[in-house]
Design a protein around this ligand. Structure first.
Ligand SMILES: *[C@@H]1O[C@H](CO)[C@@H](O)[C@H](O)[C@H]1NC(C)=O
Length: 465
């Protein structure tokens, strides 16, 4: 009995020794960092755990937008980024942020802590039990992070919730910005048919819920993510009881500057229906071809008017190409091929040009979490017709000033009638809806809106004051 007790206490003691050790050396390390930046010793440090900070994706835009805002509003705060991009340097990262996102950060109050053990969170490291493996791995990586620098406040911006309890053990207030829940009840219901798998997932979710509850500030990137994260937080045995953290939607800022410069009026915009989506199965391109078929059948006038469906999309590999082939074949079978055009892997300026020429934009994916392409349609002045589900329904194509900003549909028939409706608006209505859609999208997903929502999370008072 005593042995068992000892064995179970051992890991705990080791952990506490680690923490003791980390605390003891932290002051010295901090002094070195502050001195190297010529900052006063009273400077507080706010750390972001973002091991892939140099990836240049949507998650990174969120990170840099947040840091730019903090640097502007709290110039005396030191922002620290834990990253595993060991082949990069501070200046090369800053240059990339500038060129990729047009975000300028001040090097004076920004410090990078380079982690050498990023392999711990790579999924290739764990061929089996990937979820548990990566989660434990993230704790290991966070230990490395904290052994190099102990901050005053910590936020995980890459979905490594299991680092939160560790950080809290050190007495550091922690928060998280969640792009995507690691696991959630609806996901389990769908994914795990096998009983053993279910048990594994449920056990994992229990731990995930416990970890997330250690966050004092919890931001999520969309309503979809909020639904899932809230389901985790309310996961039974806890119900809504202990743990008071509430998740808050903070939409990422989208760069709509170029799109919003395109002319709104119909001059130059023809009978053109645009689709922008990678050629992946879940995007349901076939539905767009079918909608065109129904449209041409119901309203033959569009044949004479030479309506076009232009499908722009990334084609990454042979599977994607095969899918495009299948779509071409479908168009031939339905005898609409003369009206369908594929544009593969178009560079950004070409995509902008298409956005400036189209009248209507389609998004047919079921339960798309967000749908940045829909935001881009709207900013570009293209009337969106999006699937009536997920982000496009809840977050994006919603009423603005009590008026619609676009259309929703589900079946090819519905898509066809919405296209017809959109193409037969009176010139006044047409301009008004484009105007509304643009104003809404640009404003809703702007940096100002992002910053206001970040501010409303009370991050300062909850994490640093
Ligand atoms: C939230 O993050 C997920 C995962 O990166 C992404 O698929 C989704 O589009 C994001 N939502 C928004 C609103 O950007």
């Amino acid at each position: 009995m005593a042995n068992i007790l000892l064995i179970s206490l051992l890991p705990l003691s080791v952990l506490y020794l680690c923490i003791f050790y980390l605390r003891a050396r932290s002051a010295h390390q901090r002094r070195l960092v502050l001195d190297s930046l010529s900052l006063p010793s009273s400077t507080k440090a706010f750390a972001f755990f973002h091991p892939y900070c140099n990836a240049g994706g949507g998650g990174e835009r969120v990170l840099w937008t947040a840091i730019a805002y903090i640097q502007r509003t709290h110039p005396d705060l030191l922002c620290v980024v834990y990253t595993g991009d060991t082949s990069a340097t501070k200046s090369s990262i800053l240059e990339k942020i500038e060129s990729r996102f047009s975000i300028t950060l001040s090097p004076a109050t920004l410090h990078f802590v380079f982690l050498t053990r990023r392999k711990l969170v790579e999924d290739s490291t764990y061929p089996h039990f990937t979820l548990i493996g990566q989660s434990l791995g993230s704790v290991g990586l966070a230990l490395e992070a904290l052994s190099l620098f102990v901050p005053d406040a910590y936020i995980d911006t890459m979905g490594y919730a299991f680092t939160l309890p560790l950080v809290r053990l050190l007495g550091i207030p922690a928060g998280a910005y969640v792009h995507y829940p690691t696991v959630s009840p609806p996901m389990i219901a769908r994914a795990a048919a096998h009983p053993a798998k279910r048990v594994y997932y449920h056990a994992f979710m229990l731990l995930y819920a416990l970890a997330l509850r250690r966050a004092r500030v919890l931001m999520v990137n969309s309503s979809w993510t909020k639904t899932h994260v809230d389901a985790v937080l309310a996961y039974p045995p806890f119900g809504g009881r202990w743990g008071v953290v509430r998740s808050r939607v903070v939409y990422p800022a989208c760069d709509t500057r170029e799109m919003a410069r395109l002319p709104l009026t119909l001059g130059g915009r023809g009978r053109m229906v645009l689709s922008i989506a990678q050629f992946r199965p879940e995007k349901e391109h076939a539905k767009q071809v079918r909608a065109l078929y129904v449209l041409l059948k119901e309203y033959p006038e569009y044949t004479e008017q030479g309506i076009r469906l232009v499908m722009i999309g990334g084609c990454r590999n042979a599977e994607d190409e095969a899918r495009v082939e299948v779509l071409r074949k479908l168009a031939r079978e339905l005898s609409v091929e003369a009206h369908v055009e594929f544009v593969l892997n178009a560079p950004y300026p070409d995509m902008l040009a298409w956005l400036g020429r189209a009248s209507v934009g389609l998004n047919t994916m079921l339960d798309e979490h967000f749908g940045i392409n829909v935001v881009e349609f709207m900013a570009a002045g293209v009337i969106p017709i999006a699937h009536a589900s997920g982000g496009p329904l809840e977050d994006i194509v919603v009423k603005f000033q009590g008026q619609p900003t676009g259309y929703h549909a589900k079946t090819p028939e519905e898509f066809a009638s919405r296209i017809h409706e959109a193409l037969t608006l009176s010139p006044e209505e047409d301009l008004a809806i484009r105007q509304r859609a643009r104003t809404w999208a640009v404003q809703r997903f702007s940096e100002a809106e992002f910053e206001a929502a970040w501010e409303a999370s009370e991050w300062w008072s909850k994490l640093l004051a």
